[in-house]
Design a protein around this ligand. Structure first.
Ligand code: PLP
Length: 471
């Protein structure tokens, strides 16, 4: 045993030292005690044992920083994928953030009718805006699009058949498979057609006394090309109407304005999907719509009303913060130009390659000034999260010189090796002061920071994070 180890200080002595006592100013005692115990335990088995008070304080502070770090952390998305489900999808517009802040700290008329002075319904909020923006008779907001689909199927087709093309039996993300969702909803899947081709007559043959719905699911995360055909909602509508069967259209991404002006074509807006003849359209709030996580259901008043009264609606209901953010986001769509400018998702998608190159140049210059070797390269970003799957968004990225995996790890975890604790560890116990993690993309052996998905106000933070993560 080395001398240093024999001379390990006791937990009590460390807690009395000036450095550790200072840590108690900014962190709960229980956490500091745990950190001290862990530091001493580490030292018993480690080759590197702190030699003085300052050394011990640094080790304890590092431990404390780990323990105080919040589980849910901010991330700068430098992947180039604008709607990244793993990174929380849509960042919210300023007006939505203000609406959340205004509602979160106090009470609201969530379920209170201020005119009548009596109990009201949370379902009224956002409904008239959604009617206005989609042309639907009525609307209902639930927790996410998956919940919307279950609620709609359960209300319309419980114990009956829902007809679905084999080309639309899709999986979206690891945990959402249309046929599994469907079986939980109580509707029986009636598959028709082939993977690549389904015709109107396939639906026609499947219609019968046990049919409850015709389901159309947007193929949102892949494209089919080649020998393909599908029956569109518009083509199915006369058939459905004649049979008295509702068409339920899972649109996935909730597009409320055309994005042709920014070069994205081929996805229907909710208004178009509805006008094509679907009785019910369901979509996500936090994909292209650019709002909070939510499932939006728009369509025929009689079905929406039945869904509101379905007991399942209670278990899928949204909270006031979601409604506040959604209402503020939806209101922006009354002026499409404002929506395109102020909804971060749409603003990112609409940023020109020249503008992105300008941002990349500025970032690269800032990094170079701090001694980080890098280079601006052309890149191809994507929309992500189940929309415009084959769209390529030309843009720019900063490629960092050096070991790509090492950069990626240090930027993700925001920490250097334990042997060289960061200065910021000394301000432990203030988790919201922590810099964001950064997630980039490894390409051709280098780490690329793609500016397509980086919000303009994050650029300086991104530069600082990279400088901090140097080896
Ligand atoms: C994304 C998606 C869903 C699931 O939406 P969530 O809001 O994540 O529940 C359902 N259907 C389609 C077609 C989708 O693209």
């Amino acid at each position: 045993m080395s001398d240093a180890r024999r001379a390990l200080p006791s937990v009590g002595a460390l807690l009395e030292s000036a450095g550790v006592r200072a840590l108690l100013q900014s962190a709960p005692r229980s956490l500091v005690v745990d950190a001290v115990r862990a530091a001493v335990a580490d030292a018993r088995t480690s080759a590197a044992v702190p030699s003085d008070d300052a050394g011990w304080t640094a080790v304890v502070a590092e431990r404390l920083a780990d323990a105080s770090r919040r589980s849910l952390r901010r991330v700068v998305n430098a992947t180039g994928i604008v709607l990244h489900t793993n990174l929380g999808r849509a960042p919210l517009a300023d007006v939505a953030l203000e609406a959340i802040a205004a509602m979160a700290g106090g009470y609201s008329n969530l379920e209170f009718d201020l005119d009548a002075g009596a109990r009201g319904s949370r379902y009224v909020h956002c409904a008239s805006l959604l009617r206005e923006l989609t042309g639907a008779e009525d609307a209902l907001v639930v927790n996410n699009c998956a919940a919307a689909l279950v609620l709609a199927l359960n209300t319309i087709a419980d114990g009956r058949e829902a007809i679905l093309s084999r080309g639309e039996l899709v999986e979206i993300g690891g945990s959402f498979r249309v046929h599994e969702i469907m079986s939980k909803s109580g509707a029986r899947l009636r598959e028709v057609g082939a993977t690549n081709r389904t015709h109107l007559v396939d639906y026609e043959r499947a219609l019968g006394p046990s049919t409850g719905a015709i389901l159309k699911v947007h193929r949102s995360n892949f494209a089919v090309t080649g020998f393909t055909s599908e029956a569109t909602v518009a083509e199915l509508a006369p058939l459905a109407q004649q049979a008295g069967i509702p068409i339920l259209h899972d649109l996935g991404s909730g597009l409320l304005v055309s994005l042709e002006s920014i070069g994205l074509k081929g996805e229907p807006t909710a208004r178009e999907a509805r006008a094509a003849g679907a009785s019910i359209v369901v979509m996500s709030g936090d994909k292209l719509l650019g709002g909070p996580q939510a499932g939006l259901i728009v369509g025929d008043a009689k079905w929406i009303d039945a869904m509101r009264r379905n007991p399942l609606a209670r278990s899928y209901r949204v909270d006031k913060l979601t409604l506040a953010a959604l209402e503020a986001t939806l209101a922006l769509y009354r002026e499409p130009a404002r929506a395109l400018a102020e909804i971060p998702t749409l603003a990112l998608l609409g940023t020109s390659p020249d503008e992105l190159r300008g941002r990349a140049d500025a970032l690269c210059r800032a990094l170079a000034a701090d001694g980080v070797a890098c280079e601006v390269v052309e890149s191809v970003g994507s929309v992500g999260a189940c929309a415009f799957p084959d769209a390529e968004l030309p843009g720019a990225a900063v490629a960092l010189a050096g070991d790509a995996e090492g950069w990626a790890r240090r930027l993700r975890t925001g920490s250097r090796d334990r042997s060289s604790p960061r200065r910021s560890a000394l301000s432990a116990g203030v988790p919201h002061d922590q810099p964001p993690a950064v997630v980039g993309r490894v390409h051709d052996g280098r780490l690329h920071l793609d500016l397509r998905s980086v919000l303009a106000h994050e650029l300086s933070e991104l530069a600082r994070a990279v400088v901090d993560a140097r080896e």
